[in-house]
Design a protein around this ligand. Sequence first.
Ligand code: 5GP
Ligand code: MG
Ligand code: MG
Length: 185
Amino acid sequence: MQISDVREDIDHELISREELDSKIHEVAAIVSKDYAGKDPLLVAVLKGAVNTMAAFAQAVSIPAEIDFMSLSSYGAGTQSTGTITVRQDLSTDVKGRHVLIVEDIIDSGLTLAWLVDELKNRGAASVEVFALLEKPARRTAHVDVKYSGFTIPDEFVVGFGLDYDEKYRNLDSIAVLRPEVYEGK
Ligand code: 5GP
Ligand code: MG
Ligand code: MG
């Protein structure tokens, strides 16, 4: 689905599909050098990072395994608290593996900080992060992001896997919704 298919819901496009593809290829080239001969395991958290994982894994020019995890973070409000429950675990034993977490977006960073610790505790040989999008304004947890895509302002974005109320995940670029879409709820 493209912006033109949901034009009435979109305020503006933030990152086009071409920009996403070119950035992902740029990062994938660096990662392919850094991980040559290391048989990396790419790990993504469902569902938001699925598009990023698919595009990134194809852009990498070395053999890499992929795996997914489903996590939920419980708290009083809609924001993550850092208390995480594993809904669906990896099918791979990460012990001794070079793990690269592939993330859609880092907001507070709490979920990611938990995941990095968890994978290290499981005995991974190394754990690094590729985040397609980062919102530095809202970061509360410290996480070292070795590979970074785009830094974006503190706006709620959808598309390329990211949802609002489970919608817009299949939009092929990153966009900012019109306030009416939220206010109508
Ligand atoms: P964190 O633990 O970093 O606060 O939570 C990150 C998660 O919050 C992301 O994986 C994503 O599901 C959600 N999130 C944060 N910012 C946005 C945003 O701008 N748009 C959407 N659709 N989800 C977001
Ligand atoms: Mg995510
Ligand atoms: Mg969501």
